[in-house]
Design a protein around this ligand. Sequence first.
Ligand SMILES: [Zn+2]
Length: 100
Amino acid sequence: MPRNNRPRGSRRPDDDDEPMDIARLRDGIAKTVIKNGIEFTVQTTSGRKAEDGKRWTCPNCGIVFGPGISHVVVWETDLGPQNRRHFHNHCWKTFQGRLH
Ligand SMILES: [Zn+2]
């Protein structure tokens, strides 16, 4: 009698991603935007809930900004929110490249 009676199937070891701080990301309104055939998730944020001292570099203009600046949080939908970047609102509108 075969001992190996595990059900067949291709379980992917990476299925169980560690939980992200989705609750905080849901502070704003998320929507999906396609740029150059790439699907992005765009999350509006006031930045007010961010920790003091937090700083982000806008990938479009390279300027560092902190909480209190109205901006959007963006990630490639396929890559997930752990790859999110923070854009000035106007920079996101003109951004056409990739996030890395
Ligand atoms: Zn910018």
